[in-house]
Design a protein around this ligand. Structure first.
Ligand SMILES: Cc1cc2nc3c(=O)[nH]c(=O)nc-3n(C[C@H](O)[C@H](O)[C@H](O)COP(=O)(O)OP(=O)(O)OC[C@H]3O[C@@H](n4cnc5c(N)ncnc54)[C@H](O)[C@@H]3O)c2cc1C
Ligand code: SF4
Length: 345
């Protein structure tokens, strides 16, 4: 009988990898460090997903159900991997509860860490209560509480969404584009306008990257149907006059300073490398790429390969990824892992 596969991380990528292996009759052990499966969309309470428009709890929840309902898959939550040794389809693994496993291949689906906006102090997060992040607004919407100013619970009349917070910012060591936040922000802007039709929503941007078909469904739709306003600007700071938040910067189209008052300011936060990546790199003996994400060993030869033969990677562990792409990569890595174990048996 072939050895089981180890999948580390139970977000969209890990759920997809485990499911692909499980339905093909392979045994899988899925290890997740948090106490439940689902990854960022569930753990961080996302609302309606881009681009499907489905609620995260339903869409990702059904992925969780098909994994927990598959007898070939053993799920271990609140668990991490302490040690790994091995090669050639024979990996000995010690878990955080001191259990040991012998597996034929490993797939790392350990995802990303949300950018912490306190690292951008001049934009007001941590100083003013009504400066929030996109994840906080997602949680307001998904919890059913509605979009409210945290300081006093009032409905905001004017909201600014600032793009590229913790992305495309060399000054704070984050050069990458987080790929999905333009579309997520346009989606949030439309959701705010739907809930609060009198609320004015402004999106401050360097440039808009609603890639592919998302351009129509988010960038243009948010302007034409939802009257969201876009300002191409460099933001200097977010302050307060005691009553309103004040966003100061330069309109880079007309090259003039702009100072506009708001009730709520939303940081469209980016995707950082998982804070565990140094540890994961040492436990699994895989290289990280220059920004700290897990390095892809071979982009085309074996999809999902890392720099360690027999250890694969998928999803946002490799860099900013969308949910769709993370799911696709989880499935591809599963196929590569099967190919690898068959060639070693
Ligand atoms: C605000 C925001 C909104 C977004 N909205 C959308 C959207 O609408 N549509 C879209 O396509 N994308 C969206 N994204 C991107 C989306 O979050 C990612 O594409 C997706 O979560 C990646 O899935 P993943 O499984 O690779 O990683 P994750 O979702 O990060 O899952 C990784 C899992 O691994 C676990 N883990 C981490 N380290 C370890 C460890 N050491 N041991 C064991 N387990 C570990 C984690 O607890 C987690 O469960 C959004 C991102 C942000 C920041
Ligand atoms: S997707 Fe948009 S908001 Fe996100 S980092 Fe790229 S350009 Fe900035």
């Amino acid at each position: 009988m072939s050895k089981p596969y180890l999948v580390v991380g139970g977000g969209p990528a890990g759920l997809s990898a485990a499911h692909s292996l499980g339905i093909l009759g392979e045994k899988v052990i899925l290890v997740e460090k948090e106490d439940r499966l689902g990854g960022a969309p569930i753990l961080d309470g996302y609302a309606k997903l881009v681009p499907s428009g489905e609620w995260a709890k339903d869409a990702i929840g059904s992925m969780v159900d098909r994994v927990t309902g598959n007898d070939n898959i053993t799920v271990l939550t609140s668990t991490t991997v302490k040690e790994q040794n091995g090669a050639d389809g024979n990996f000995d693994v010690t878990l955080s509860n001191d259990d040991t496993l012998n597996v034929g291949a490993i797939i790392l689906c350990t995802g990303f860490t949300h950018f912490d906006s306190v690292n951008k102090p001049e934009w007001g997060f941590g100083t003013f209560e009504d400066v929030v992040t996109t994840t906080q607004v997602e949680q307001m919407i998904s919890s059913g509480s509605g979009v409210r100013c945290p300081s006093d619970g009032r409905k905001p009349n004017r909201v600014a969404i600032l793009l590229c917070v913790g992305s495309r910012d060399r000054q704070i060591g984050r050069e990458w584009c987080s790929k999905i936040c333009c579309s997520v922000s346009a989606n949030i802007a439309m959701e705010i306008r739907e809930e609060l039709p009198d609320c004015h929503v402004y999106v401050y941007y360097m440039d808009i990257r609603t890639f592919g078909l998302l351009e129509t469904h988010y960038y243009w739709k948010s302007q034409e149907e939802y009257k969201v306003k876009y300002i191409k600007a460099r933001i200097a700071e977010v302050t307060s006059d005691g009553e309103k938040l004040i966003v100061k910067g330069e309109d880079t189209l007309v090259k003039r300073p702009i100072t506009i008052p708001f009730d709520m300011v939303v940081h469209a936060i980016g995707m950082d490398p998982n804070v565990d990546n140094m540890l994961l790199s040492s436990v699994f003996d895989v290289n990280l790429e220059q920004h700290g994400f897990i390095d892809k060993g071979n982009a085309y030869g074996s999809l999902g390969a890392t720099t360690h033969t027999g250890i694969f990677v998928a999803g946002a562990a490799t860099g900013p990824e969308t949910i769709d792409d993370s799911i696709a990569q989880g499935s591809s890595a599963a196929m590569s892992a099967i190919e690898y174990t068959k060639s070693n048996s």
